[in-house]
Design a protein around this ligand. Structure first.
Ligand SMILES: Cc1cc2nc3c(=O)[nH]c(=O)nc-3n(C[C@H](O)[C@H](O)[C@H](O)COP(=O)(O)OP(=O)(O)OC[C@H]3O[C@@H](n4cnc5c(N)ncnc54)[C@H](O)[C@@H]3O)c2cc1C
Length: 390
């Protein structure tokens, strides 16, 4: 049987009732018209106040993709997942902060997550944050492009730097690895430079800070190699979450509208090639670089297991992790957990209203990523059939 076709292991943690619910949900998501209607409706700010809408969302899409409203609810889910060898990364999914007070409150929440992770190192091996949770996108862009800044903007940049440092320092002191998400290319240069500065400062003996590489960008493989040479020269450790990238359409549209060359690869095959080459480069140089392969791609996930075998790396080595999102690709996560690999799922949390943008993205992604929903459905159906016959 192909490695990730094991539906029984994939859904071991799910009751019959949960499995049927997931089946119904993915059937709905598979219908593009319904998904379009649903996402349109839930973009209306008052939609979640309409009677019955909230309970319906809570029991369907929210339950499938979100760990709970609070960290306490999420921790329960994380403990349950860990029984099957699957760790979690609590993902504070409230977006759209604009003011300095809001950025400070995100930072405080991340500091709180570090404490929770320190007390639950197996269930919660990482803490993650988004650069735009700590500051405005246009400030990153100005810094990255060396554009002139007002005194107020300079102060805001300093506040972003301080938030990064406070969080990474806390990770260093509590021995919790901090993962930094990647976002749109036009604000990424400044975030990358800051992440590199943090790695240089806190990754002397072990990898505490881990940045993200989006391999749908055609320049990322060269960037990885450049950073490797720099880390070799200056003697510090690197950590990278390697993903394909989530903002492709937005990137292409902006490049066309503003008339600059698109940073995105010409096609999916090029993204796949660079993704897999990045995995091999990191595995080969694992004495210096730690890896978190954030992907639902079965080929890349299996390739990583093969690379680990090729380079004689034990499956549970702390430097190499696999990762998927909660509610998706359990056939990869639970199988890898069952085989003793390190695997962690992003476990979003937040009030229903606040995580709606996240949920809308999940529904759209499942509709647009060719084959993803079909794959989820066929595995769920296989397991429902197996249980009926058992
Ligand atoms: C744990 C985890 C953490 C993540 N963190 C981040 C993050 O910090 N930042 C971020 O941007 N994303 C992040 N993602 C999302 C990720 O970048 C992908 O959007 C998503 O995982 C789908 O890619 P895949 O490798 O799973 O699957 P696949 O289905 O194999 O790949 C789909 C991806 O391929 C690329 N692609 C598709 N068509 C084309 C094309 N025509 N030309 C070029 N490329 C194409 C796109 O990136 C698309 O998302 C994360 C995902 C996971 C699982």
């Amino acid at each position: 049987m192909p490695l990730f076709d094991d539906a029984q292991t994939a859904f071991e943690s799910k009751s019959d009732k949960d499995l049927k619910k997931a089946h119904m949900l993915f059937k709905l998501i598979a219908n593009p018209t319904l998904t379009k209607m649903g996402t349109w409706m839930f973009k209306i700010p008052f939609a979640t106040n309409i009677p019955l809408v909230k309970p319906v969302i809570r029991n369907t899409i929210y339950k499938q993709f979100v760990g709970g409203e609070t960290t306490a609810e999420c921790l329960k889910v994380a403990k349950e997942l860990y029984k099957y060898g699957v760790s979690s990364i609590m993902d504070y999914s409230v977006e759209g902060q604009e003011s300095e007070a809001e950025f400070d409150s995100v930072k405080e929440e991340i500091l709180r997550l570090i404490k929770i992770a320190k007390d639950n190192p197996n269930e919660l091996p990482f803490v993650v944050f988004k650069p735009t949770g700590f500051g405005r996108k246009d400030i990153y862009e100005k810094v990255g492009k060396n554009l002139p800044m007002t005194d107020e903007e300079k102060q805001k940049w300093q506040a972003i730097r301080n938030r990064f440092d406070e969080v990474c320092k806390s990770g260093f002191e509590k021995d919790v690895t901090i993962m930094i998400d990647a976002e749109e290319s036009w604000m990424q240069d400044a975030a990358d430079d800051l992440a590199d500065e943090m790695m240089q400062k806190y990754n002397k003996e072990r990898c505490i800070v881990c940045n993200t590489l989006q391999m749908y960008r055609h320049d990322r493989l060269d960037y990885l190699k450049k950073m490797f040479e720099k880390a070799e020269r200056e003697n510090y450790l690197l950590g990278y979450k390697v993903v394909r990238g989530a903002y492709m359409e937005k990137e292409r549209e902006r490049a066309e509208a503003e008339n600059y060359p698109s940073p995105i690869q010409p096609d999916k095959a090029s993204t796949d090639r660079d993704y897999n080459l990045a995995l091999e480069f990191i595995v080969e140089n694992n004495y210096r670089i730690s890896l978190f392969a954030g992907t639902h791609n079965e080929y890349s996930s299996e390739l990583l297991t093969e690379l680990m075998r090729k380079y004689n790396i034990p499956s549970n080595i702390h430097k190499i992790w696999f990762g998927q999102l909660y509610g998706m690709s359990d056939n990869i996560s639970f199988k890898l957990g069952n085989m003793g690999y390190n695997i962690a799922k992003y476990l979003p949390y937040g009030p229903i209203k606040e995580v709606m943008p996240y949920l809308i993205r999940r529904a759209q992604e499942n509709t647009s990523v060719a084959g993803q929903t079909g794959r989820e459905l066929s595995l769920i159906e296989k397991e429902i059939k197996r249980r009926k016959q058992a």
